[in-house]
Design a protein around this ligand. Structure first.
Ligand code: GDP
Ligand code: MG
Length: 171
């Protein structure tokens, strides 16, 4: 039997945007309110995507690494989830620079990537419009998901990770 493909995914974004909550939601279908913000963890996870068993290694970064550490994470990864918090405009503004870093480290290769606007349950204190996320994703030529690690309506969190796996496998 052919060895199942393995993809390395790294989750990036400013501290506090919900990276750990999203990863834990994806892996356990649960929401954990408080998660050590300084912790960096890797997880292994298998999923059936389009009738193929894919093994993922997922790196949940802390979001406060220095540039050398960040570059190391970028070199390690095959695909990237860039997360911002829809209630934190500053986190949205950090997406562009993160994307540039990915491009720079991976060039001349294309970088498989998905953009996630998290905390969509907090619509009443939203600072970033859905259209802005969509526009940025279009500029970066990547898929875009607004989702919530705590509400997870429609399973958008898993969809984002699965789409990223597909994107990696296409390259
Ligand atoms: P990280 O630093 O990016 O890993 O962020 P965490 O996963 O530690 O989450 C930071 C804070 O945001 C925690 O207090 C979480 O409970 C909260 N949080 C994460 N995701 C969501 C979400 O989708 N909705 C809401 N309302 N809070 C969230
Ligand atoms: Mg975290």
């Amino acid at each position: 039997m052919a060895k199942s493909p393995e993809v390395k995914l790294a989750v990036f974004g400013r501290a506090g945007v919900g990276k750990s909550a999203l990863v834990v939601r994806f892996l356990t279908r649960r929401f954990i309110w408080e998660y050590d913000p300084t912790l960096e963890s890797t997880y292994r996870h298998q999923a059936n995507i389009d009738d193929e068993v894919v093994t993922m290694e997922i790196l949940d970064t802390a979001g406060q690494e220095d540039i050398q550490q960040k570059e190391g994470h970028v070199r390690w990864g095959d695909g990237f989830v860039i997360v911002y918090d829809i209630t934190d405009r500053g986190s949205f503004e950090e997406v562009g620079p993160l994307r540039s870093l990915l491009e720079e480290v991976k060039k001349p290769k294309n970088v498989p990537l998905v953009l996630v606007g998290n905390k969509s349950d907090l619509d009443h204190i939203r600072q970033v419009a859905t259209e802005e996320g969509e526009r940025l994703a279009a500029e970066m030529a990547c898929a875009f998901y607004e989702c919530s690690a705590c509400a997870n309506e429609g399973g958008a969190v898993a969809e984002a990770f699965h789409e990223l796996c597909r994107e990696v496998r296409r390259r």
